[in-house]
Design a protein around this ligand. Structure first.
Ligand code: PAF
Length: 284
């Protein structure tokens, strides 16, 4: 059985632990999470443990990235199970700060990433990327890792973080890791736990819709027609609302009306009270 994972809750303790590794000349990888860990998170951990000497996972459910009507209060939390799973996978340290450690009394500073952070998710979840950028900036400055690992499942989040790190000269390499999917294609997400059996059966439709858009683009069909058909397909398969389906430039995330070369297809849609996002690369 793996040992209990060393856990620190203050920035001072985190920095003390990292300082001892740095004195030994060791490299450090950071895997930021909000907990409720699944194989998607574990793939980031695996990449970090394979490419750096020490891996830190952070666990902090960041209230600044939840809107007033979103699921902050019910977001799944199970630190003990997460810590045990991380220990088994060779993580060296868990940083699990309390709210007032991360945002001390009077804290007002925020990091905004306009443009790339205003479209798609940003348009439907106002304030979301400012919340993400603020907490990720803090985590990176608190730990100053060599590499930090994020999933492509949150493709726009990854693009926003890359932009932010470049703009703020934060000395870290941001590594994007491929989406991990269930056997039927559903992208792994902590929020999949909200789905009832009927919704779970329909949920794979989002990936299927993105794959259909990709197939039509490759065949040379118009992007707008492909998107319209995929939206109808989602609504016919039990999705209750489609926030967006878009074909975008993979770096700027600007919407494309035609594709020549690489593009990313991104989508967000609701099954009852659960909002799912997914994305797919397409190459023409
Ligand atoms: O992707 C997530 O789990 C979160 O947005 C992150 C990057 C840990 C910031 O809270």
């Amino acid at each position: 059985m793996a040992n209990k994972l060393a856990t620190v809750r203050t920035v001072a303790d985190l920095r003390r632990a990292i300082a001892t590794w740095r004195e030994e000349g060791l490299s450090v990888g950071l895997v930021p999470t909000m907990g409720a860990l699944h194989d998607g998170h574990f793939s980031l951990v695996e990449k970090s443990t394979a490419t750096t000497d020490r891996t830190i996972t952070t666990l902090f459910v960041n209230p600044k990235q939840f809107g007033p009507t979103e699921d902050l209060d019910v977001y799944p939390r199970n630190e003990d199970a997460d810590a045990a799973a991380l220990a088994e996978r060779g993580v060296d340290l868990l940083f699990a700060p309390a709210l007032d450690e991360m945002y001390p009394e009077g804290s007002v500073t925020a990091v905004a990433v306009p443009g790339i952070g205003d479209v798609l998710e940003g348009a439907h979840r106002p304030g979301f990327f400012t919340g993400v950028a603020t907490v990720v900036t803090k985590l990176l400055i608190q730990s100053l890792p060599d590499k930090a690992f994020f999933g492509e499942k949150d493709f726009q989040q990854l693009a926003v973080i890359k932009r932010m790190v470049l703009d703020l000269d934060i000395p870290v390499e941001i590594i994007g890791c491929p989406i991990v999917r269930e056997s039927d294609g559903l992208a792994m997400s902590s929020r999949n736990a909200y789905l009832n059996a009927e919704e779970r059966a329909s949920a794979t439709g989002l990936h299927a819709a993105l794959a259909d858009i990709a197939a039509q683009i490759i065949e040379g069909g118009p992007v707008t027609d492909a998107i319209r058909a995929a939206k109808n397909q989602l609504l016919n398969r039990g999705f209750t609302k489609v926030d967006y389906l878009a074909v975008c430039d993979p770096e700027s995330l600007e919407a494309l009306n035609s594709v020549s070369g690489g593009a990313r297809i991104l989508g967000a849609a609701w099954l009852g009270k659960t909002r799912l996002i997914d994305n797919l690369a397409v190459e023409k």
